[in-house]
Design a protein around this ligand. Sequence first.
Ligand code: HEM
Length: 231
Amino acid sequence: MSYPQVKSFTTVFKKLLIALSGLGLVGFVVVHLLGNLTLLRSDGAAFNAYAAKLESFGPLLAVAEIGLLAIFLIHIVTVLTTKKRNLDARPVAYRQWRSKGGDTPSNLSSRNMAVSGSLILLFLGIHIWQFRFGPGMSQGYIATQGQEQIRDLYRLVVETLKNPVMFLFYSVVMILLGLHLRHGIWSALQSLGMTRSRTTTPLRLLGAILGVLLGVGFLIIPAWIYFGASI
Ligand code: HEM
């Protein structure tokens, strides 16, 4: 293979990796949202039971977490190396934002993928530290389920999201997540070769609908807790 052929093979391979890892993350986000919607049940028992059920999977959960971390890393590293290569090739950015032509849209979501992606990454660091590695039963976060004592994760989430700074931070990130997914889903389907002239509009609509549904779905949770829930 000649050098330009190797280069274009690498580019296509990286685009596929970004698309597949991105869609894998969308899958996680959908499942995470469905689980988190139990937070809307007022006494917290449903959410704590859900979290305890996950915890009971033990080593299987650890394997899933390592897999998820690997998918996140693949997504982030591939995006960053592709971005660096593009910057090396074109150090001066275009002065005007415009659609690259054809089917690629230029809009608020597509132009701000780096900003929304970076803030989601910052959010994830804080979020996992707060909840996954946050206080547990030994720090007094204890709920009862029948005869059993389980971690009162509901209390931790409610205490966290009742803080106005955290409420605002979560709300902004959930909007950015919706925007990131709106363009990301469409872009991933395009990279996988699913967009033909007839499917372009429906698939773009699919990306937009899923982005809005997931963004709004996640946005409801901090709002519900901040304005309504009590412990
Ligand atoms: C209102 C929004 C959200 C709430 C209330 C929430 C809640 C939680 C809670 C309670 C945990 C700890 C689970 C446990 O330890 O069993 C968790 C873990 C996690 N969350 Fe969220 N989450 C939200 C949004 C998000 C979003 C938008 C993402 C991704 C973009 C995300 C990614 C994660 C990840 C990767 C973990 C660690 C999973 C694990 O290690 O098992 N979360 N979340």
